[in-house]
Design a protein around this ligand. Structure first.
Ligand code: SAH
Length: 204
């Protein structure tokens, strides 16, 4: 599948009916999701691999990974309604995604998840709840040797320090998320949030 084809397939997926601000439910725009997945695929980290999507939401990254030939995809999210949408999205593309309801910050959940080869994630940035991103980083490093995650631009130094001794920032790819006025506290109609796709590789 070509990048543009993947982008179009992801564009058509069903999104959140009523996004929950507290959970930072922003669906990753198709071009950014496709970019992350293609990048991971080109590095040999998707095809035939066990891929885990933390905070999978409506399943954009999970379904995309499956479309690129992942061996096995597991999506985890705390919101059961989002998981129902993810299930429909996987069915619409006739791909298999294992969907697990649960809180990524719950160590018992992480313990129960099978090890993976690759984590993909667009976690909360911690804009609503401080440090909401940290359990995602911790779980990702624990579950797989390589993680492709979307983070606020400029978080590289925080991340490098936070994961030191466990993993390192191997690559950084710049991107942007255009955000429409989804929530009432947004003042302008559209703004662009600069983001970075960071590749974290386990060092220990
Ligand atoms: N990965 C999806 C959704 C990104 S929005 C996409 O790329 O479109 C972040 C997602 O993380 C939301 O679906 C939200 O429900 C989920 N989430 C937030 N906190 C969580 C937690 N502690 N445990 C599991 N999922 C969580």
């Amino acid at each position: 599948m070509k990048l543009r084809q993947l982008e179009m397939a992801l564009e058509r997926l069903e999104g959140y009916a009523a996004p929950e601000p507290r959970l930072e439910q922003y669906r990753t725009p198709a071009p950014l999701a496709a970019r992350l997945l293609f990048h991971a695929w080109s590095r040999g980290d998707i095809a035939g691999k066990r891929v885990i999507d933390l905070g999978c939401g409506t399943g954009v990254l999970s379904v995309g990974a499956a479309l690129l030939g992942a061996g096995e995809v597991t999506g985890v999210d705390v919101d059961p309604v989002a998981l129902q949408v993810a299930k429909r999205n996987a069915e619409a593309h006739d791909v298999e995604v294992r969907l697990v309801p649960g809180d990524v910050a719950d160590p018992a959940l992480v313990e129960r998840l099978p090890d993976g080869d690759t984590v993909v994630m667009n976690p909360p940035f911690g804009a609503q709840k401080a440090h909401a991103d940290r359990p995602f980083i911790d779980a990702a490093l624990r579950l797989a040797p390589v993680t492709y995650g979307i983070f606020n631009a400029g978080s590289r130094s925080f991340l490098t320090a936070y994961i030191q001794g466990r993993s390192r920032v191997d690559e950084v790819v710049s991107g942007a998320i255009p955000i429409k006025k989804t929530f009432s506290f947004h003042t302008r109609d559209v703004r662009e949030i600069p983001v970075e796709i960071m590749v974290l590789r386990r060092t220990s």
